[in-house]
Design a binder for this molecule. Structure first.
Ligand SMILES: NC(=O)c1ccc[n+]([C@@H]2O[C@H](COP(=O)([O-])OP(=O)(O)OC[C@H]3O[C@@H](n4cnc5c(N)ncnc54)[C@H](OP(=O)(O)O)[C@@H]3O)[C@@H](O)[C@H]2O)c1
Length: 276
């Protein structure tokens, strides 16, 4: 079952250095929860959201949130929206650190030969291209002010994922990109953190083509994922796999099994949860 969640002060210290958060996909799930939890720790922070739908937070009085409508699968929309975002940050983003959370993403579930190629290409554009594009555009400001590039990958990054073949490969890209970027940025005022959640109770599974979460007894809530991530951010970690069982799976699948062997096991599990 998804467990109850409680946040402690262990996640607060780094947040006090931030004056602006730029998040993609703050309209739902993990992205929305990042906004809620960071606001609770620092109500003065300016949030900027990029997604198609405007996030709604009726209960968060005083939340400073600017929404930049953007379909991130479309490179030209990123090019139009970024100058507006940058000008807004110059005026309202303060001069403290900037936390960039590249969170928008979706999956396509099914045998690769049955999936609609157009949808898969949109997924590659969102999960990979938009993340590299927005990071490249944001870095000049972040290098001046300091900050963190927090990319949302997945435990799918640690092994091939039959039935989610292209999705898992996009997340392997995100993991490797984020870790390598962090190394390139050594000695600057910007660091990185790669978040690898396992199954989490959000709209993700519906968007990927499942009727409901395929592993309902194995997941975390978005609040648990974000709480663990904010603690990792506070400790200066570069990689966080949230949830104990996810940590175990990531550890064993990436160290002790050959790639073909782990592909077979992963395919067996993912076929078991095939949608009806
Ligand atoms: N839930 C899980 O089990 C799980 C596990 C591992 C990793 N993840 C990763 O976590 C991240 C967040 O997913 P979630 O679980 O929170 O799912 P979610 O509730 O479906 O949220 C996905 C977010 O992505 C945004 N998005 C989708 N298409 C977009 C587009 N074309 N342009 C801009 N934004 C777009 C959506 O905003 P709009 O619809 O408003 O555009 C939405 O806010 C994803 O990268 C996902 O791969 C999720």
């Amino acid at each position: 079952m998804f467990r109850n969640y409680s946040m402690t002060s262990g996640s607060a210290a780094y947040v006090h250095k931030i004056t602006a958060v730029v998040v993609t996909g703050g309209s739902s799930g993990i992205g929305k929860t990042f906004i809620e939890q960071i606001f609770k720790l620092g109500s003065e922070i300016q949030f900027c959201n990029l997604s198609r739908k405007k996030p709604e937070f009726p209960a968060l009085t005083g939340l400073k949130l600017e929404h930049f409508p953007c379909d991130l699968t479309d490179k030209s929309q990123i090019e139009v929206v970024f100058p507006e975002l940058d000008a807004f940050l110059a005026q309202h983003g303060g001069d403290g650190e900037i936390l960039l959370i590249n969170n928008s993403g979706f999956g396509c579930y099914g045998s690769a030969q049955d999936l609609e190629i157009g949808r898969e290409l949109e997924m590659l554009s969102l999960n990979i291209n938009a993340l590299v594009h927005l990071t490249g555009l944001m870095l000049p400001r972040m290098l001046k002010q300091g900050g963190v590039v927090l990319d949302v990958a997945s435990t799918a990054a640690f092994q091939p994922t039959p039935q989610l073949s292209a999705y898992g490969a996009t997340k392997a890209f995100v993991l490797h990109w984020n870790l390598a970027l962090g190394d390139d940025l050594k000695g600057t005022k910007v660091r990185t953190l790669c978040l690898c959640p396992g199954p989490t109770a959000t709209n993700f599974f519906k968007a990927a083509g499942f009727d409901e979460s395929p592993l309902p007894n194995f997941g975390q809530t978005a609040e648990q994922v974000v709480d663990e991530t904010l603690r990792a951010l506070n400790k200066g970690k570069r990689l966080v796999v949230t949830g104990f069982s996810n940590k175990l799976i990531a550890f064993f699948s990436s160290r002790f099994l050959s790639k073909p062997m782990v592909t077979g096991i992963s395919g067996w599990i993912l076929r078991k949860v095939r949608q009806q």
